[in-house]
Design a protein around this ligand. Structure first.
Ligand code: ADP
Length: 425
């Protein structure tokens, strides 16, 4: 059948309509496919977020309604993620602070359950690892603390509790409970170890007792002899003797006060260090000469040697002088008649070393570690005339000021050996 113009037109029209329909159908199915892909992509992101992976980049959500909703949700999740992150960082910081604290910290919630226990509290109260969330009355075995927490939870007040909670009774702790008001009511317990404070207090009290004792002895003598003088002012012989005793005792008191002030100054960090080249030979020679008369009276000899590399030292000469002088004075005093004192300066490794050795009786092993303590004397009867019991304590502190060390030992042949070592500047 021949094709007429009309039929051609009809076919063309139908094809056109069909094409248009096909294109429309094609466009619809393409749109449906891309939308379901986008939904799948959004779901994938949601799943990733649900698993805690908030990493970007997010897919291109598109500009339609679905895209806007997805983008909005995405931003909300990202923001929440940032907040959770910052909270986690805060928490980690807080945990780091709490676990590095020497004070024990423990928090109980309104229901009386343990919410937070730092390492120190766990150690002090010997709490089990699973103590969190347990009632404090079950977890804590110290009745005083349990009482105080109960009182605070009930809205009452408590005062600080002094206790020794560990099996180590030498340690003293102070426990304080205070209310916490956050979402509900709770209690926080803080425990401080005040053992060192107590020790310092004991040392201070001992020190005051020692000073009082040391001052009272010469004071009693001065008072007694002054009264004797007043009772019998005409006895010329006694007068001279008594006045000499009074003078000697007053000097002793003066020395004690001077030593105490020196020690206080050093301990308060008020001694300035003036470093300059110091002629060690001249310094040692001068000290040996100072003690020569005392030593000669006891038939003692004082010898010294200074190694060539130790002849000069960058240090505070006045302080080094006081250190050596104290050591030599002790050596002369505690060495019996006919003995010898030997001073030796050298350089060992990176340190300047100076030793003072004597031929006395040395120091009993039990006392070796204690002679540098204030007022510590091996001879308990404290008979050494003129001694304050502070000399070696001053030596130790001065050596520390010069960034050095001082040690004492007994020589194999008998006699004490004090050695100071100072940095070579
Ligand atoms: P003191 O004023 O009593 O000498 P120190 O602090 O200088 O006080 O010395 C403390 C104690 O150490 C002395 O009392 C003495 O018992 C002992 N000591 C110090 N040096 C010597 C030494 N060279 N030999 C034996 N004992 C010593």
């Amino acid at each position: 059948m021949p094709l007429t113009t009309t039929s051609l037109l009809l076919i063309g029209g139908a094809a056109g309509v069909a094409l248009a329909l096909a294109a429309l159908a094609l466009r619809r199915s393409a749109h449906a496919a891309s939308e379901s892909q986008r939904v799948a992509a959004i779901l994938a992101v949601a799943r990733r977020y649900a698993l805690g992976d908030l990493s970007r980049p997010a897919p291109d959500y598109g500009d339609d309604q679905l895209g806007s909703v997805a983008r909005g949700m995405d931003q909300a999740v990202q923001e929440l993620g940032r907040r959770v992150d910052s909270l986690a960082r805060d928490r980690a910081r807080m945990e780091a602070i709490l676990s590095s604290m020497i004070e024990g910290v423990l928090v109980v919630d309104e229901q009386g359950r343990l919410q937070l226990v730092n390492d120190a509290a766990r150690r002090i109260l010997k709490l089990e690892q699973d103590a969190i969330d347990r009632p404090y009355v079950e977890a804590i075995r110290h009745p005083g603390i349990v009482d105080n927490i109960g009182r605070v939870l009930a809205g009452g007040d408590t005062s600080a509790l002094e206790l020794s909670v560990t099996r180590d009774t030498t340690r003293t702790l102070v426990a304080q409970v205070a209310p916490v008001v956050t979402a509900g009511r709770g209690a926080v317990l803080v425990m401080h170890d005040i053992t060192e404070l107590r020790k310092a207090d004991l040392i201070r009290r001992d020190f005051v007792a020692n000073v009082s004792h040391e001052l009272r002895t010469p004071l009693t003598a001065i008072k007694g002899y002054a009264e004797a003088l007043l009772d019998d002012p005409d006895d010329a012989d006694a007068r001279e003797r008594f006045v000499k005793i009074i003078h000697r005792q007053a000097e002793r008191m003066e020395r004690l006060v001077k030593d105490l002030l020196r020690l206080a100054r050093i301990e308060a960090g008020q001694e300035t260090v003036e470093v300059a080249p110091c002629d060690i030979t001249a310094l040692v020679r001068g000290i040996a000469a100072d003690f020569e008369p005392t030593a000669a009276a006891k038939q003692q000899t004082i010898g010294f040697t200074v190694a060539p590399d130790a002849a000069t030292l960058q240090t505070d000469a006045a302080k080094l002088h006081d250190i050596i002088r104290n050591l030599v004075e002790n050596a002369v005093n505690y060495t019996p008649e006919g003995g010898g004192i030997d001073i030796h300066a050298t350089v060992a490794g990176e340190r300047f070393q100076l030793s003072v050795a004597d031929t006395g009786h040395g120091i009993a092993p039990d006392d070796l570690g204690r002679v540098f303590e204030r007022f510590y004397r091996v001879d308990k009867s404290r008979t050494r005339p003129g001694g304050t019991g502070l000399g070696l304590s001053i030596v130790k502190h001065l050596v520390q000021v010069l960034e050095g060390e001082v040690v004492v030992e007994n020589q194999a042949a008998g006699g004490a050996l004090f050695t100071i070592s100072l940095p070579l500047r």
